[in-house]
Design a binder for this molecule. Structure first.
Ligand SMILES: C[S@@+](CC[C@H](N)C(=O)[O-])C[C@H]1O[C@@H](n2cnc3c(N)ncnc32)[C@H](O)[C@@H]1O
Length: 410
């Protein structure tokens, strides 16, 4: 789509429409704070005179808040985790590395490895959630490549980060389900080959209807892969169920579908906290349940920056197979970022691997945001920094070419 035509080895300047390049407006006080934070800095950089104007900031100063709060991204490193709050400077490290504003929705999408032709729909507040909650497509691609390419379904599909990566890995995602209309709008617009259905997995009736819908799409063929990225909180509002029963979790709703559809393989993504929830009982009981259904199951902690995502994001993936063979996790391609005692003490762990993709490589080509529209025209060849990651995001080069180029750099 964004293929730049080449003549005699020179690229022809091409104007590109960049969607979702909008950023949350800052109040005058937030702007004053943002201006005082240097790249890699945080609330500690904000002078007392400014801090005194904010009750929250004074609380953070007095009690020692998280070092990521009011953080400004460093251009030379992968970003911190992109969560759903990148519309507020006080909730993480979301200030642009050079400009006095927050990162835009498109920039956050780039840091999550969504290519530029993936558009986000629905309300702005939903778009923040769609991006912050997603599995980075390049991470889903890496883990999806470990599973034989097959017919797949994606439960709790959100905007479709998981599906996007699975499709890149060769899977055919035939059906997807989520409870949220905005998520489904974005999912549907970007995945026109997939049947997406609205389903609330706290309701048995919806689960039954989803199973019927998937069976309709399968038309008698076997389901190769069931993928799911459930939110980790339980059914605490569902009345009759007991809060301390791990089976009340949405995680277990996916197992009801496994029980009926018997997929060959299962892939579940979740936050690291799953490991510790209820002293490890939830994950333990989930793994046991998979084994009781005849699956060989294992879980793995993956570091997104090791798979080409310009972001420090750690997630748990459960992999299960009916064949009795446990899957191995994908081999890292890039080095992992580790931190020492201080925020500045950062180094790369695996020196034999290529350095992870940095924020500047990911978004250094982005044009100025325009307040009136979410579609900005720009010429990438006119921008100061060009990287193979940016080319990958514009679909000018293949994933293999991107990896090849990075490995040579190492
Ligand atoms: C962590 S996100 C999934 C992100 C997705 N895997 C991706 O890569 O983009 C969890 C999703 O679960 C959905 N969800 C929450 N409660 C649900 C429910 N009761 N039934 C179905 N979906 C639900 C949310 O709307 C959200 O999209």
């Amino acid at each position: 789509m964004f293929e730049a035509e080449a003549t005699d080895g020179h690229e022809v300047d091409q104007t590109i429409s960049l969607f979702n390049h909008v950023t949350a407006k800052l109040s005058d006080l937030d702007l004053e704070m943002v201006k005082s934070v240097k790249p890699g800095g945080n609330w500690n950089d904000i002078p007392l005179k400014t801090a005194k104007k904010s009750k929250r900031l004074m609380q953070i100063r007095n009690s020692g808040g998280r070092t990521t709060y009011y953080g400004r991204l460093r251009p030379d490193l992968p970003s911190y985790t992109i969560n759903t709050y990148f519309n507020r400077p006080g909730n993480g490290t979301f200030i642009h590395p050079e400009r006095n504003r927050l990162i835009s929705i498109r920039e956050a999408a780039r840091l999550q490895s969504f290519s530029d032709d993936f558009r986000f729909y629905g309300s702005l507040s939903s778009q923040y959630k769609q991006i912050g909650n997603a599995v980075p497509p390049l991470l889903a691609r890496a883990i999806g490549s470990m599973i034989p390419a097959s017919r797949a379904v994606d439960l709790f599909c959100g905007a479709g980060g998981m599906s996007n990566g699975l499709i890149q890995a060769g899977h055919k995602v035939i059906a997807a389900a989520d409870v949220n209309n905005h998520m489904l709008e974005t999912y549907g617009e970007n995945h026109n080959q997939t049947k997406s259905v609205k389903s609330d997995f706290t309701k048995n009736k919806d689960i039954t209807e989803t199973i019927q819908s998937i069976e309709g799409s399968l038309a008698g063929k076997t389901l190769g892969l069931l993928a799911a990225g459930p939110p980790c909180q339980g059914f605490s509002t569902a009345g009759k169920r007991k809060d301390d029963d791990p089976r009340n979790s949405l995680l277990f709703a996916a197992l009801k579908i496994v029980d009926t559809l018997c997929p060959e393989h299962i892939l579940i993504e979740n936050v690291l906290g799953l490991k510790w929830m209820k002293g490890g009982d939830i994950l333990g009981s989930f793994m046991q349940h998979l084994e009781s259904l005849g699956y060989a199951a294992s879980w793995h902690k993956l570091y997104a920056e090791q798979f080409g995502v310009p972001q420090r994001r750690r997630r748990i993936f459960v992999l299960a197979s009916q064949t009795g063979n446990e899957f191995s996790p994908p081999e890292p391609v890039f080095s992992r970022v580790t931190t020492g005692r201080t925020r500045e003490d950062i180094h790369f762990k695996d020196s034999h691997l290529a350095e992870p993709v940095s924020v500047d490589e990911a978004i250094g080509d982005m044009p100025q945001v325009c307040e009136d529209t979410d579609c900005v025209e720009y010429q990438p060849s006119n921008t100061k920094s060009r990287s193979t990651y940016q080319q990958l995001m514009r679909k000018e080069i293949s994933y293999e070419k991107f990896i090849e180029g990075r490995s040579k750099k190492a």
